[in-house]
Ligand binder design. Structure first.
Ligand code: PGA
Length: 248
């Protein structure tokens, strides 16, 4: 069966209750006819208000991180149970900004992924190489490690989403070409096939992320292995709806 496309926004550390509510109100009618799954991953403190704002629409609300412990003495952290309490469905795990600025490793990505899955959340696990890794022909090696260690012990890989986000393309306006993104995502699927079996790998949704916008989304989405997008900057405006409607 064909994989249903999935477009997710990542608001990062942007928006307030007011501006978030306003944007969701503007997006709702624009994404009404969308054929794909749609999510907005918002700052944790905005989750309750945005879940309410998006109610009755195609937009599902996601989180940008989750702690790996079920509960306990982890000041400042948020558990899977807390996210579920508010009707959260998706959670971004291992975004490159978390790897770069907050000490996220393949090991912590793995722990968060297992906890999210155990609690019925759908992890959007981010992988991707830096510019120097790409230039040094290390892309496949980096992805191998991120996938092997990050997904270690996952029982049903079809229950998660992978976002391939080349670090050099995030927030830089430098999108990977359609061919680069396709070629790398095809490689990721092949690696998932080795780790989890080809049949399962063919069911996993793999998104592209990194300066994806209203102008370049059609070309990227036309690639056979690209099943969606993880959208940063362009998810802060109604351009997000244009990406959601990439097939129109
Ligand atoms: P960008 O961010 O679309 O602003 O490049 C993508 C992401 O970091 O998920």
């Amino acid at each position: 069966m064909a994989r249903k496309p999935f477009i997710a926004g990542n608001w990062k550390m942007n928006m307030t209750v007011e501006s978030g509510k306003q944007l969701i109100a503007e997006l709702k009618p624009l994404v009404k006819e969308a054929k794909c799954d749609v999510a907005l991953c918002v700052p944790a403190i905005l989750i309750p208000a945005m879940v309410k704002a998006a109610k009755g629409s195609k937009i599902k609300i996601g989180a940008q991180n989750v702690h790996f412990a079920e509960r306990g003495a982890y000041t400042g952290e948020i558990s899977a149970e807390m996210l579920k309490d508010y009707g959260v469905k998706y959670v971004i795990i291992g975004h490159s900004e978390r790897r770069q600025y907050f000490g996220e490793t393949d090991d912590t990505v793995n722990k968060r992924t297992l906890t999210a899955l155990a609690n019925g959340l759908t992890p959007i696990v981010c992988v991707g190489e830096t510019l120097s890794e790409r230039e040094g022909n290390q892309t496949e090696k980096v992805l191998d490690k991120q996938l092997t260690e990050g997904l270690n012990g996952v029982e049903d890989v079809t229950k998660l989403v992978i976002a391939y986000e080349p670090v050099w393309a995030i927030g830089t306006g430098k999108t990977a070409t359609d061919e680069q993104a396709q070629e790398t995502i095809k490689y990721i699927r092949k690696k998932l096939g080795k780790l989890f079996g080809v049949k399962n790998a063919n069911k996993v949704k793999i998104q592209y992320g990194g300066s994806m916008n209203a102008g370049n989304c059609k070309g990227l989405m036309a690639q056979p292995d690209i099943d969606g997008g993880l959208i940063g900057g362009a998810s802060l405006k109604t351009d997000f709806a244009t990406i959601v409607n990439f097939d129109k």
